[in-house]
Ligand binder design. Sequence first.
Ligand code: GLV
Ligand code: MN
Ligand code: MN
Length: 402
Amino acid sequence: MPDHFEDMWRTIEPLGRAARSGGYFRQPFASAERELDAWFVEQASARGLRIESDPFGNRTAWWDSGSGPGVVTGSHLDSVLDGGAYDGPLGVVSALAAVEVLRDRGFRPARPIGVSVFVEEEGSRFGLACLGSRLATGAISWSAARELRDRDGVRLDEAMSSVGLMEEDPQPWLSSEQLACFVELHVEQGRDLVDRGEAVGVASRIWPHGRYRFDIAGEPNHAGTTRMEDRRDPMLTYAMTALAANKQARLAGQRATFGRVETAPNSTNSVPSGVTAWLDARCESDEVLASLVESITRQAGERAERDGTSLTVTAESVSGSVEFDPHLARRIAADHETGDWPVLPTQAGHDAGILSAQGIASAMLFVRNPTGVSHSPAERAETPDCLAGVDALAETLERLAS
Ligand code: GLV
Ligand code: MN
Ligand code: MN
């Protein structure tokens, strides 16, 4: 089995990796991610799996066996900008390796087993995370999604058509009628498993989270001749808002980040005309999330008044709290040779969360990340832990598909 996993890993490791940072650029419907998609089709076909592709670019490779709704695993192959190697691909490679393990053991599933790849999980190109699973389940309508644009102004339907996807009026298709359950294996994106000294864990829940666009308009002017007291500088409003968000989240034990900011006209010797910045906020409950964002928005508005700027805040996406199926989590976590696996919450969003919110029994397995760092070139998982993850996934699939 190690060979299956390591051979696949070696093949995909260079795809989309930047020489400079060592990080990955695997944006959806663009070259590296398309190479990974072709690699997935080739690997699945080589294993005799039947590939089902939807109009949005999602794929499922089926091991047809038994009857009834399938037991499905998988993850995504896209990355954030300058991301890590493991976030997404670890789940896909482990899924194919786990199928191989079960076949080598002569396991005969009582239900079909599927390996899924969902597109644009990170929202790094079109701004909406888990876009593929949202479209497949109908969590977002095609008419709303098709208007999304990337940073170059390319619309989602144009990007999809450019790689040969798209139908006239694509419909959601994914429901609990096709899927008995979904189990996503993922690299851990924090330090809980490191602190516990465990290689594998199971997810209990996902914190609610959202992305909010702050548009701040000011008055463009000369950086030298405009007296300081005469300025209406949106950068000041933004700077204070970023500090306020950090402080409020820190004091409340929650998470708030401004990781993306654009300024116009982006000129060193001009007071900017406008700043657009994106707040990523994540909290332990829906109520706390709403109240944190409301409070950051209020402080930003007060500062805008002081700066003579104007502020508009738009919620681009809000994902509510997800509680994974507790019976499924317990069933997966309990009674292993090495003892029960720990059950932990996560602050990261995942396709498994979207499926769960749409009524599909879902669960997640986490594999220890020794750096605890993610969405960064420093993201890691050691090979023995990856192999423990494959074993855990194979054991899980065997339990669920027997
Ligand atoms: C996805 O990884 C997210 O949590 O933003
Ligand atoms: Mn991921
Ligand atoms: Mn991610």
